[in-house]
Design a protein around this ligand. Structure first.
Ligand code: WT7
Length: 653
């Protein structure tokens, strides 16, 4: 990747110093960088002491067989004990672990003592179903407390869980059950979404008719909605019957630090989903440390809310494991942000006095589109730290988030990481870093990341290339489940001795890192490499644009032509001059080479449930191809709406 003549994201010059009150009382100061630089492994050994170890590790990192890392390998611990029991034993049993807010408005607050009882009972229940340490358990659930209980119960007995998104199809579920060879599935009758009960159990039933999933012997079903569901005697069991009659005490066993904790499937651009394997001690060390450092968590006073779905890694690391290891009080919300009204999230912030909010740029842009007046109706003054994750956050959205949600006062932390990294890797620290809107900026203490060129050489400040991680880190994936070779090929073969993240990035003059999106998303236009992220960011900096998705479509003249799909702000109507105005705007921001050839106003963009734009599908549309696999799309009707608009696009040529 080259920089060519593009002006770029880095033209954003606004800077935000940490507020004095955050800096004065910050959990982590600039000393942490110095300590980690002086002794990286010593730093991580120190962080591991945040946990309770049944056997303290004497080893920190075993990198004798790279890239197969072992962290704290001779230590033994129980992950669930660390997330639950020890807080109760420390006298915090009455502290709320989770404030659950159901979409219909029902709510329930679970203390650490209650969580301990439920996790203990669920652990006994799984044992009664014959689940032993090492056996995989599939979890296909809505965002309800039992989902967290189920994950912790698995962790408690050493049975790796595989959580599958509640919106995935029967086929997607069956493939994942088969790949992990799970014999037990935990699900619910359904969950509430968009104001109505939405079934889950029938999808499990359908998945289990697939030959690959036929070995499942038990399905444990939580009653959430009360809707009628099919039932298979002998295989299906009600959670409230099986779990509730179990003993309330359960003795956790300690497992080796490298005992598998979970498998989480992430879809590659092609082929079978990859089962990303995470293990126990290193994963919990880094999720706990980063949650403490990046969100400046004060467990006694903060109310922390991560809006992600528990079915993706953000939910694993920053709803369940990191926060609970730290004894945090969290919020768990079942539903969508606009049910029953567009201010639902802000109502929840107000209701629970949320102090730390962690969400995704796509959600922030959606709220921008709905209008500033919506959050303005609620009391958001409790908020003190805002976080972002999942994709590059364009400076406009960053500024809006800080201004309209954070009262122009709160730090915003843009956190870069991946399912594979397990925990946050690159992020400002709220009490230390002078923030640059649009940049994840600096590797956290103890993390080594840099940007390299095609040959793997580190680029100079002010240049772009590929993001790589140059030292192993505690929460790194250990392999792809059942496929060590694919692990090597996918992540470790592109650059000798370095982990290749698949993302393009730039280093600015200060050496700070700006993420540019997946390298598959870089377009080649008349010999210039142009990142889709940069063009999208330029488009949304126009006052009439709320969201944009950009793809490169094959073009006989220019190799690829830039095609943009845009959503207008606040229901603005499209008019004659708009497309020309937008093209001129991009040319002004980025240079004439980045001017989109086509711009198509649409009502929605195709997204996965984790909020990522499915550019692959937009490319199919832009190149007039039949659509590829749409099963991971939140709402597949979106593509029909976009296709129906196509003639407008063609006339732009
Ligand atoms: C990919 C990983 C990490 C949990 C959520 C996604 C993109 C993530 C950022 C950020 C720019 C980001 C990258 C990364 N990404 N966070 N702050 N700035 N890009 O997990 O589904 O495994 O996706 O998300 O492209 O590689 P994931």
């Amino acid at each position: 990747m080259t920089n060519e003549s593009l002006a770029n994201l880095m033209t954003e010059k606004r800077r935000f110093a940490p507020p004095a009150e955050v800096a004065a009382d910050a959990n982590v100061t600039a000393d942490a960088y110095r300590a980690a630089d002086a002794d990286r492994l010593g730093f991580w050994a120190e962080q591991a002491r945040r946990l309770h170890w049944e056997t303290e590790p004497a080893q920190t990192l075993d990198w004798s067989n790279p890239p197969f890392a072992k962290w704290f390998a001779d230590g033994r611990l129980n992950v669930a004990y660390n997330c639950v029991d020890r807080h109760v034993l420390a006298g915090h049993g009455d502290r709320v672990a989770l404030h659950f807010e159901g979409e219909p408005g029902d709510s329930r607050s679970l203390t650490y003592a209650e969580l301990l009882r439920e996790v203990s009972q669920a652990a006994h229940a799984l044992t009664e179903l014959g689940v032993e340490a090492g056996d995989r358990v599939a979890i296909y659930m809505p965002m309800i407390p039992e989902t967290v209980v189920a994950m912790l119960a698995c962790a408690r007995i050493g049975a790796p869980h595989s959580v599958v998104f509640g919106a995935f199809s029967a086929d997607a579920l069956a493939t994942r059950i088969e790949d992990a060879d799970a014999r037990v599935v935990i699900t619910s009758d359904g969950g509430y979404r968009r104001g109505a009960p939405s079934p889950l159990k029938p999808t499990v039933d359908e998945a289990l008719t697939r030959p690959g999933a036929a070995r499942v012997r038990s399905v444990l079903v939580v009653r959430r909605t009360g809707q009628d569901i099919p039932w298979t005697e002998g295989r299906d069991l009600w959670w409230h019957e099986l779990v509730a009659r179990q003993p309330e005490q359960h003795t956790p066993l300690a497992f080796p630090a490298e005992h598998p904790l979970f498998i989480l499937y992430t879809s590659g651009t092609t082929g079978r989903p990859k089962g990303i394997l995470h293990t126990s001690g290193g994963y919990l060390t880094q999720t706990a440390y980063t949650h403490h450092a990046v969100f400046d968590l004060k467990p006694e006073t903060d109310v922390y809310w991560c809006t992600a779905d528990v079915g993706w890694v953000t939910g694993h690391s920053y709803i369940v494991y990191g926060p609970l290891a730290n004894g945090a009080t969290g919020v768990l919300y079942e539903g969508t942000p606009n049910t029953p009204h567009n201010g639902r999230w802000w109502e929840i912030v107000q209701k629970y006095g949320v102090t730390i909010l962690y969400t995704a740029p796509t959600a922030i842009r959606t709220c921008m589109k709905w209008g500033d007046d919506i959050p303005a109706k609620f009391d958001l003054s409790s908020l003190r730290i805002l976080g972002s994750v999942g994709e590059p956050i364009n400076p406009e959205a960053w500024i809006w988030y800080r201004k309209h949600i954070g009262a122009d006062r709160t730090p915003v932390v843009d956190t870069w990481w991946q399912t594979e990294t397990g925990a946050i890797m690159i992020s400002p620290l709220p009490g230390v870093t002078v923030a640059k809107p649009g940049a994840a900026q600096v590797p956290l203490p103890g993390i080594a990341a840099t940007v390299v060129d095609d040959d793997g050489a580190e680029v100079a400040h002010g240049s772009g290339g590929y993001l790589t991680l140059t030292e192993p880190w505690p929460s790194m994936l250990r392999t792809i489940w059942g496929d060590d070779q694919r692990y090597l090929d996918t992540y470790w073969s592109r650059f000798e001795g370095k982990y290749f993240a698949g993302d393009g990035a730039k280093k600015d003059e200060d050496g700070d890192i700006w993420l540019l999106g997946r390298v598959d998303d870089v377009m080649l236009v008349s010999g210039h490499n142009i990142s889709t992220t940069e063009v999208e960011s330029a488009l949304v900096s126009h006052p009439r644009i709320a969201e944009a998705a950009v793809v490169g479509a094959t073009d006989p003249q220019t190799t690829q032509a830039i095609c943009a799909f845009v959503i207008l702000r606040g229901g603005a109507a499209e008019d004659e001059g708009l497309v020309d105005e937008l093209r001129a705007h991009v040319a002004k921001e980025l240079g004439p080479i980045a001017k989109p050839k086509r711009i198509l106003p649409v009502d929605e963009l195709p997204k996965t449930r984790s909020g990522k734009i499915m550019r692959r599908l937009l490319r199919d549309v832009a190149e007039n191809r039949e659509l590829g696999d749409v099963t991971t799309l939140t709402d597949s009707s979106v593509m029909e709406l976009i296709q129906a608009k196509l003639p407008t696009a063609a006339s732009e040529d």
